[in-house]
Design a protein around this ligand. Structure first.
Ligand SMILES: [Fe+2]
Length: 159
C-alpha cells in the first residue's frame, strides 16, 4: 500500500474535512465539462461558429478548474476516482439535453449547469473558510470567479 501521509501543515482533521468537500466538486466540474462539450458539438444555430468557439474557451477553463481542485484534494491526502460512471453517480448537475441544440436550448442548459456548479463552489468556499483552509478557500474562489465570467458571456447570447 502506498503511503497517503503527506507533509502539508494543516491538521489531519482539516485535511480530511476539506478533502471531503473538494471530491464532490471534482465530479461536478468534470460533469460540467461534458455538458460544455456536448453543447460545443451538438449546437445547430445561425450563430454556430461564435458560440462553438466560445465553448472551446469555456471547456479549457473548466478543465483547468478540474485539475486544480483535484490536485488540491491530492495535496490534502485524497485519492482520485473520477471515472465516467462515478461522475454520473456523484455529480450534482441536472442531466444535459440529448440531440441537436439550438442556441436557446444550449445556452439555457449550460447556464443551469454553470449555475449549479457555481452554487456548489460558493457553498464550499464558505465551508473551507469556516474549517480554516485559506488555500482551498482561495482556490475555489478563483475557480468560481473564472466560471462566473462565462455565466455572463453565455447569458449575453440569449435574447
Ligand atoms: Fe472542438
Amino acid at each position: 500500500m502506498l503511503a497517503t501521509k503527506n507533509r502539508n501543515p494543516l491538521s489531519a482533521e482539516i485535511k480530511n474535512k476539506v478533502g471531503d468537500i473538494l471530491l464532490p466538486l471534482v465530479y461536478t466540474v468534470t460533469d460540467l465539462k461534458s455538458h460544455v462539450k456536448l453543447a460545443h458539438w451538438n449546437l445547430r444555430d445561425p450563430d454556430f461558429y461564435s458560440i462553438h468557439r466560445l465553448l472551446d474557451e469555456v471547456a479549457a477553463t473548466v478543465e483547468k478548474g478540474i485539475d486544480e481542485v483535484a490536485e488540491r484534494a491530492r495535496q490534502l491526502g485524497k485519492v482520485m476516482d473520477v471515472t465516467p460512471s462515478k461522475v454520473g453517480e456523484m455529480s450534482s448537475l441536472p442531466p444535459f439535453p440529448k440531440g441537436l441544440l439550438n442556441r436557446s436550448t444550449a445556452c439555457d442548459a449550460l447556464l443551469k449547469s454553470l449555475n449549479g456548479t457555481v452554487e456548489g463552489l460558493h457553498k464550499s468556499i464558505d465551508e473551507c473558510a469556516e474549517i480554516g483552509d485559506a488555500i482551498s478557500t482561495d482556490l475555489l474562489t478563483k475557480v468560481s470567479g473564472e466560471l462566473e465570467i462565462y455565466l455572463w458571456l453565455i447569458e449575453s447570447h440569449m435574447v
